[in-house]
Design a protein around this ligand. Structure first.
Ligand code: XIL
Length: 350
């Protein structure tokens, strides 16, 4: 896939799970790391770069796993997505909202973004600055009414906190493309409209925001009409941001039929989404949330035995893998998104 993606100027990637990352760090190359380097040109830590994982106490960090991932990416000429800066989940245990004043929480946010930027700012292609900031119920009364989710960061920093923290992140990492990443916004709907309004408003005020990330977790048997995906992405691309698919996986448990038929339906879903996205100029990154069924968050999250990724438990390609390749091949004939420079390109990032 990597070769085809390189040809198309597309970044293709996945999340790297914590256990195999630890193994790579201790033992050197593994079958997992070999496939990773062969198939992908961008990677993301599944958990290792979240605030709660990096932080060992106020202002204190253990960067060892994150460093290992950045070093691996550099050695193999891969780009990095930094996931994430501020999220409402997987926060440090010492961060207790009831014990800090708002101005202290604001300082914690700013310091964290600055620390990440200092260490990795020049080595990351893109950065999910705030993860999942959009409300699930933007049109219903309650704490989560309005476009933004009610989180520790919003409560401390105020309703315009996205603008504030994007300015901080941009200061900390002026070369990184700043991403607003969320789920449930892959096609039109109330949450997508809320996201659109937020992105539109930030851009209108020249807040540094360079891409919108669509997580694309298809875990509930949803089947998107490809033209609905294209139309949605196009609407955002027309605002001038890059389009990233950041965390795709496709659960087979909710599908009907025998295993073979489910794997075929899964392959179709992957093919449809990638092909739909490739129609949009400005679509630059396609990532899955893991790559092998051996390391996937889906069974834990959905509480179903599942197989949501393109490679099986033994790192062997499933129909979904070949479907993604096909989509890349076909796209290569008809469509060429703008090229994305890799780390060693002399031109660097634009
Ligand atoms: C998930 C990881 O995959 C799990 O291992 C962890 O227990 C919880 O977080 N959206 C995101 C990701 O942005 O960070 C989440 O990752 C999956 C949903």
């Amino acid at each position: 896939m990597r070769e085809l993606a390189d040809k198309n100027g597309l970044l293709i990637g996945c999340a790297v799970a914590t256990d195999p990352l630890g193994a790579m760090m201790r033992d050197g190359p593994t079958p997992y790391s070999t496939v990773l380097a062969e198939q992908f040109n961008i990677i993301t830590a599944e958990n290792a770069t979240k605030f709660g994982h990096l932080s060992t106490g106020p202002g204190a960090y253990d960067w060892s796993l994150a460093d290992a991932l950045f070093d691996f990416a550099q050695r193999h000429r891969m780009q990095m997505r930094f996931h994430t800066g501020l999220w409402h989940n997987q926060l440090p245990t010492w961060l207790d909202e009831s014990k800090h004043r708002s101005n202290e929480i604001a300082a914690i946010a700013r310091d964290h973004l600055a620390a990440v930027g200092r260490r990795y700012g020049d080595r990351m292609y893109c950065w999910d600055v705030v993860n999942e900031p959009i409300s699930d119920k933007p049109d219903q009364p309650g704490a989560d009414s309005g476009p933004l989710r009610d989180t520790i960061w919003k409560r401390a920093l105020g309703d315009d906190y996205l603008a504030t923290v994007h300015h901080w992140a941009h200061e900390a990492a002026p070369h990184a493309k700043l991403v607003l990443n969320d789920y449930g916004t892959d096609i039109a709907g109330a949450k997508t409209d809320a996201l659109y309004a937020v992105v539109n408003d930030l851009l209108a005020r020249s807040v540094p925001l360079h891409a919108v990330g669509f997580q694309m977790h298809l875990l509930h048997g949803q089947r998107y009409d490809p033209s609905a995906v294209t139309a949605n992405f196009q609407r955002f691309a027309d605002l001038g941001v890059e389009i990233h698919i950041t965390e795709m996986d496709v659960a087979i448990a909710p599908m009907s039929g025998d295993r073979q038929s489910r794997l075929k339906q899964q392959a179709q879903a992957y093919r449809d989404v990638l092909a739909a996205a490739m129609k949009v100029k400005g679509f630059t990154v396609f990532q899955t949330w893991g790559f092998t069924d051996r390391h996937s968050w889906v069974p834990k999250f959905t509480k179903c035995d599942d197989a949501a990724l393109p490679l099986d438990e033994n790192l062997l390609p499933k129909p979904a893998y070949f479907a993604l390749r096909e989509a890349l091949q076909q796209a290569g004939q008809s469509h060429m998104p703008f090229p994305v420079p890799l780390p060693s390109d002399p031109g660097g990032r634009g």
